[in-house]
Ligand binder design. Structure first.
Ligand SMILES: Cc1cc2nc3c(=O)[nH]c(=O)nc-3n(C[C@H](O)[C@H](O)[C@H](O)COP(=O)(O)OP(=O)(O)OC[C@H]3O[C@@H](n4cnc5c(N)ncnc54)[C@H](O)[C@@H]3O)c2cc1C
Length: 478
């Protein structure tokens, strides 16, 4: 034992299994005090006037904290919940609780790293050592075949090198008990309500299939159901571009984003599935997607704040439009382009959108409307239940053409995409009820219908449903 009492600060690692920070604290400290700090800066308003953490993700976060607290209670301990700036709240707690070390998981982007640095400084001034651990990726940073600063810019190069030269580390097992510092006379703290965080409760949305609850237990429940009960992993590659329902893709993203489950745990479960059920392209493809996630994280670390700048890592000249009313039409799902609007309405109503949808709506905003890609990324940051700073800003840079995509133009032809992914218009019909009467593929181009047909369908385009913001010809561009 190296320490008497270790504060374990939980961040985006809200789990007890495969948690190196927690495992090392248990190993090196006689007693531990787990703590989560709700930082008011996470609930600020962004430059574009939206909450930094919207109601869907905030609710998922509160559920995840509750679940973690219950896990600690079952292990004979408690999760303290504090509110305030972590660098101040933790230093204060360390002093009151006579902790002699603070452990936490490392983050990669500047806001989070500034908090780490401020905490380290405060702890140093108090003579308290801090130890931090790399947690969030499938491949550990120290196992990459290159220094992070030399992460290949092209995804395929990155993937091939890590697949050939790095190994995924084994997971840390869940602790069976903890030595919780019981004599600490500090209130364990209540989990705030959404209202106390200045947010409204999400309205129940009958059309939503995104039935997810925050926390490690539900993450494991989804893993169990997707892999073993429903046996869906073996067809993941064929279904992953779907749009409707809970099961076309894994939906692991909200849990991964808050660290309720680790990518290594998913990796080990894929390997088990391959041994016990089936090994094919689909089982590999889920790992392939987790490597994308790693890639954006290492790219974010390599390029620092450039990933948030409108010029991106390519230093492109800023020639974006900043048309507020068109941006709002995009946000509200009122651009007059049904496939775009359906996706944007799903996001607004549920906090989720498929990967196919995200690529399409992002391409539409930047390529068809020419609007500043950082506005789109900021809206996603506020609204997504699975917002992950590196995956979100990295993907947006990619689509915005200011990132590391070797292709010059990532333009998505919306009608062609609609033909491939929603040929009968079933998806659009769910989210745009005002067009529900339009049959088959015509729902993607209601403006092509003759006025007589429209009258029969009782649809008055421009009134019941807006005229498209961009000329149809541009949608038909190759
Ligand atoms: C503009 C844009 C913004 C995005 N913002 C986010 C975000 O904030 N948070 C987020 O987790 N993903 C983001 N993605 C990636 C992807 O859309 C989601 O990870 C995926 O839709 C989540 O659903 P799933 O868990 O069912 O994915 P699955 O298809 O089941 O994939 C499994 C996991 O692989 C990872 N993954 C899959 N695709 C990607 C990708 N393109 N980039 C990085 N990781 C990936 C995710 O962790 C995902 O949970 C974004 C994509 C785009 C185009």
């Amino acid at each position: 034992m190296k320490y008497n009492r270790v504060l374990v600060w939980f961040r985006n690692d809200l789990r007890v299994s495969d948690n190196e920070t927690l495992s090392k604290a248990i190993q090196l400290g006689k007693e531990i005090i787990p703590v989560y700090v709700l930082d008011p800066r996470q609930f600020d308003t962004m430059e574009i006037g939206l909450p930094k953490t919207g109601k869907f993700r905030a609710q998922f976060l509160l559920e995840s904290i509750k679940d973690l607290r219950e896990s600690f209670q079952e292990l004979g301990g408690e999760l303290l919940i504090l509110q305030g700036k972590p660098e101040e709240a933790l230093a204060d707690l360390a002093s009151k609780a006579t902790a002699d070390a603070i452990f936490f998981s490392k983050e990669v982007t500047s806001e989070e790293r500034k908090v780490e640095a401020a905490l380290e400084k405060a702890a140093f001034a108090m003579g308290i050592p801090t130890e931090s651990f790399w947690q969030s990726t499938l491949y550990h940073k120290d196992d990459l075949p290159f220094p992070v600063g030399q992460t290949p810019e092209v995804f395929t190069h990155f993937r091939k090198e890590v697949e050939k030269l790095s190994k995924v580390r084994r997971i840390y097992p869940s602790p069976s008990r903890i030595n919780y510092a019981k004599d600490v006379d500090i209130s364990s703290g209540d989990i705030p309500t959404l209202k106390e965080l200045g947010l409204e409760e999400p309205k129940p949305e009958s059309k939503s299939w995104m039935k997810v609850k925050g926390g490690e237990r539900s993450a494991f429940g989804r893993l169990q159901s997707y892999f073993w009960e429903k046996d869906l992993l073996k067809s993941y590659k064929e279904t992953r571009n779907g749009l409707i329902g809970m099961d076309y893709s894994s939906k692991f993203s909200p849990w991964l984003a808050l660290g309720c489950i680790s990518p290594r745990t998913i990796f080990e479960e894929v390997k088990k599935y391959e041994r016990q059920r089936k090994k094919n392209n689909s089982t590999y493809w889920l790992i392939f997607e987790l490597i994308w996630r790693d890639y954006f994280r290492f790219i974010a670390q390599k390029h620092g704040d450039k990933i948030f700048h409108v010029e991106g890592i390519k230093n492109q000249v800023d020639s974006w439009r900043r048309d507020r009313s068109q941006f709002e039409a995009w946000v509200e799902g009122k651009t007059g382009v049904p496939f775009i609007d359906a996706n944007m309405r799903e996001l607004k109503a549920t906090g989720f959108m498929s990967n196919r949808g995200r690529q399409l709506v992002a391409s539409f905003l930047v390529n068809d409307l020419g609007i500043d890609w950082t506005w789109g990324a900021s809206y996603f940051e506020s609204q997504l239940i699975d917002y992950d700073v590196c995956s979100n800003w990295g993907n947006w840079m990619y689509v915005g053409g200011v990132g590391n995509d070797p292709r010059e133009n990532r333009y998505f032809n919306i009608l062609r995409q609609a033909k491939n992914y929603d040929p009968n218009g079933d998806y659009v019909r769910i989210w745009i009820p005002e067009l529900a009467a339009v049959p088959g593929f015509s729902i993607h181009q209601p403006w092509e219908l003759y006025s007589k047909q429209l009258r029969e369908l009782k649809i008055q385009l421009g009134h019941t449903y807006p005229q498209p913001l961009v000329r149809i010809s541009s949608l038909e561009r190759a």
